[in-house]
Design a protein around this ligand. Structure first.
Ligand code: BYC
Length: 330
């Protein structure tokens, strides 16, 4: 079973809903934002914790493949830019953990579930970054795919998630442009540099298409999540938009998308393209991708190494809380 935490139970019809559920759905349909203290169905809360939590984990685990290149960036300027980008990802993770916490789950609980495999993070971060050109491909394709998914999420129905997405999207578009700038430099460089750029595109193309999730027929959560406006589009809709946006960019770079079936389809006004290898996708989700074990081991180590710091912060917070009543009494 590749979908593990929250089972989407199938959607209720209007008649099956309780009066509270009906009123809730009417609020969603009107476009109201739902805030943390508002009444919400249990499934809505659980779905949000699952999606926002996984999204937060993706931002944090997503630092690892890029962090790998900070010490090896080709110039000081590139190093400073990459460092800033990786720091931004940490910030995105923190906004998202905070949004999830408003739903009554603690950050520690979410992190524990990541570490023991009960929660996922984006499949893309289980692929290695082998050359500097991969920093270009990650920014251009991975952040490009992320933005395609995240721009509509600015209108998601849960207020704290929507507000977090507005901030994140601003930074994400800078990330995508820095990736494209790296690709432009590489693609217009020496033949060896252009070959590195092409190789990075070859390796990251299909994993980037997988970021949008399984095809609609296999997406267990889409129908309910869209009815609740937790998701605004289906996985296939966003994947199509991403391909349509990215193909002309590859042409501009003089690079070839590694797909023989890629062809403009006049009738649908979009590209036809090959499906990713879904067997590979489900294997990555099960923990068998090229870097799954390495990524989780790195996160566990960071958590263990930071224990002394968290203990210190907690001890300080307790001390302050003990002193507060005394200070008030003086
Ligand atoms: N990877 O019914 P479905 C970033 C899981 S980070 C892993 O379609 P849903 C960045 C899915 O969770 C970008 N798992 O699910 C950071 C579910 O399993 P569970 C992260 C995937 O939720 C640093 C099962 O498959 N963005 O931008 O309706 C550097 C069934 O799928 C994936 C977000 O997280 C996957 N690719 O739709 C650079 C965006 N796809 O949970 C960049 C927010 C599916 O039942 N999330 N699964 O065990 C979403 O929009 C949706 O959760 C998804 C999946 C479209 C990803």
């Amino acid at each position: 079973m590749y979908a593990q935490m929250v089972k989407s139970e199938g959607m209720k019809s209007g008649e099956e809903m309780s009066p509270e559920e009906k009123a809730f759905q009417e609020r969603i349909d009107r476009g109201d934002k739902i805030e943390p203290k508002d009444w919400m169905p249990d499934g809505y809360r659980k779905t949000l914790v699952r999606q926002i939590g996984q999204h937060a984990h993706s931002e944090i685990v997503g630092q690892l493949p890029e962090g790998n290149w900070i010490t090896r960036a080709p110039t000081l300027e590139r190093k400073a830019i990459l460092l800033a980008k990786v720091q931004d990802e940490a910030g995105h993770g923190l906004y998202l953990y905070s949004a999830a916490e408003t739903l009554g789950v603690s950050r520690d609980e979410l992190i524990e579930k990541l570490h023991d495999g009960r929660m996922k993070y984006s499949s893309i971060f289980n692929y290695p970054t082998l050359t500097w050109a991969d920093m270009g491909a990650v920014g251009w394709l991975v952040d490009g795919a992320a933005i395609m998914n995240q721009v509509p999420l600015q209108r998601t129905s849960f207020g704290p998630y929507s507000r977090a997405m507005i901030r994140i999207c601003k930074e994400e578009s800078f990330h995508q442009r820095q990736g494209f700038a790296v690709m432009m430099k590489m693609a217009s460089g020496t033949p060896e540099q252009k070959a590195m750029a092409q190789d990075a595109l070859n390796r990251f193309w299909f994993p980037s298409l997988m970021m949008f999730g399984p095809s609609d027929k296999d997406s267990v959560h889409s129908a309910q999540s869209m009815a609740w406006k937790i998701k605004m589009n289906t996985n296939d809709e966003l994947r199509q938009k991403f391909v349509d946006q990215t193909v002309p960019q590859a042409e501009y770079l003089g690079l070839t998308i590694p797909d023989d079936k890629l062809a403009w389809n006049e009738e649908k006004g979009g590209y036809d393209f090959s499906e990713p290898d879904w067997t590979e996708f489900f294997e990555v989700l099960k923990g068998n991708g090229p870097c799954n074990r390495e990524r989780i081991a790195a996160r566990r180590k960071a958590w263990d190494d930071g224990a002394w710091f968290r203990d210190g912060l907690n001890a300080y917070a307790e001390k302050r809380a003990r002193r507060a009543p005394l200070a008030a009494a003086e």
